[in-house]
Design a protein around this ligand. Structure first.
Ligand code: ZN
Length: 247
């Protein structure tokens, strides 16, 4: 079975549809969604509907909790206006769906969580080598998929010692990581809808259970249209401008 593992769509429908098309052409039959489907972008309703319908597994991120009022929006800084805008647009059905999402969901050899398997509701960022190594005691499966930082990376522990690889930037497109016996892995799949590694293309990961590997994909999409929608919606200009820079 091959899955598309994606995170941080952030209501960017252009990026999401481009990623789903790429995943289908690469033979992905399932979707694992790691949360932050909403926030920042102009299309929260279609993104929630598409992923709610298509995902094999879907968990909540801090932006779902912000929109639902479960996280104090003072922690959201510049993202707070978009969270309030999103809350107004999501009807009761959609808010009910989001409020029912778990924080952690396991499937096969993988654990899916938005930020960190360690205290998932604290929304810690796994960025440094130590951040990742410190989280291996907090899940029991061989793999853990995370998002949240919008920066693709992989950590592994086991026979042969610790290893970390930064997968940020354009050069890592189509990079394959094969899983070795006696090792466990944490994979940050990057962001579909708001990449922050100076590559404006959407990022996601293909997980092949039989081949025992992941492959990072970068997918071009119409970021000009996604940015124009953000401006037309009256959301902050900075949220539109950053899409072309991948920052
Ligand atoms: Zn995010």
């Amino acid at each position: 079975m091959r899955y598309a593992v994606l995170s941080d769509v952030h209501a960017n429908l252009e990026a999401l549809t481009a990623v789903l098309a790429d995943a289908a052409s690469e033979g992905a039959l399932g979707i694992l969604c790691l949360g932050d489907t909403v926030g920042y972008g102009a299309d929260p309703v279609p993104c929630v509907e598409l992923l709610g319908e298509r995902s094999t597994r879907i968990v909540a991120g801090n932006h779902e909790h912000g929109v639902l009022g479960l996280v104090d929006l003072r922690w959201f800084n510049a993202a707070a206006p978009a969270a309030l805008w999103t809350r107004e647009r999501l009807g009761g059905d959609h808010q009910g769906f989001l409020s029912g999402l778990p924080l952690v969901s396991a499937i096969g050899e993988a654990t899916c969580v938005h930020a960190s398997p360690r205290r998932p509701e604290e929304w810690d960022y796994l960025v440094s080598e130590e951040d990742g190594y410190g989280a291996f005691g907090e899940f029991e499966t061989r793999l853990c998929f995370v998002g949240h930082s919008h920066l693709p990376a992989v950590w592994s522990l086991g026979s042969g010692g610790p290893a970390h690889e930064d997968l940020a930037g354009a050069a890592c497109h189509d990079r394959r990581i094969s899983f070795h016996d006696g090792r466990r892995y944490i994979v940050n799949v990057g962001s579909v809808g708001q990449p922050r590694d100076r590559d404006p293309r959407a990022a996601y990961v293909l997980w092949d259970e039989d081949d025992r590997s992941v492959r990072l994909r970068r997918v071009s999409y119409d970021h000009t249209e996604a940015a124009a929608k953000i401006l037309r919606a009256g959301l902050p200009r900075a949220l539109a401008d950053r899409l072309a820079r991948g920052m």
